[in-house]
Design a protein around this ligand. Structure first.
Ligand SMILES: [Zn+2]
Length: 141
């Protein structure tokens, strides 16, 4: 298969999605580490140097832009991958196997991951509640 897009095109695509949806993207060099923060509309993702890292970045964007994000961790994972695949410029076998591997991992670890997902969501809702009841911020210089 001849790829229609270069890695540079794919990296630009992720950057443009971040700009379009006002999502701040933190890039780093740790391959196994990626997360989305719905509270602050940010993601952490590896630098896009391969189809695999493109898939990971698209998946993290999917956690902010996809469906099923408030229905438990397996739904959130599925929704984020569906968004990634539907919005990616291209979808290679390598990207599909990253998706399959991640979903199997989540299924195998569903108990601990669901507990973590719930704790994150509760912290998010508490922060929202605190924000709603907090007095207006006073800015001093
Ligand atoms: Zn995920």
């Amino acid at each position: 298969m001849t790829p229609e897009f270069t890695i540079t095109d794919l990296a630009r695509h992720v950057r443009e999605l971040g700009e379009r949806y006002d999502i701040f993207i933190h890039y780093h060099n740790e391959c196994e580490h990626a997360r989305a923060f719905s509270f602050s509309n940010e993601i952490e993702t590896p630098f896009i140097v391969s189809y695999r890292t493109y898939a990971i970045a698209m998946h993290e964007l999917g956690h902010l832009l996809g469906h099923g994000q408030d229905r438990g961790c397996l739904s959130a994972e599925r929704g984020a991958w569906t968004w990634a695949r539907n919005h990616a410029l291209m979808w290679t076998a390598e990207m599909q196997s990253e998706m399959d591997a991640c979903q199997s991992w989540y299924k195998a670890n569903r108990k601990t991951e669901h507990a973590r997902w719930k704790a994150d969501r509760n912290a998010f809702q508490q922060a929202l509640g605190a924000l709603a009841s907090a007095p207006p911020a006073v800015i001093e210089d």
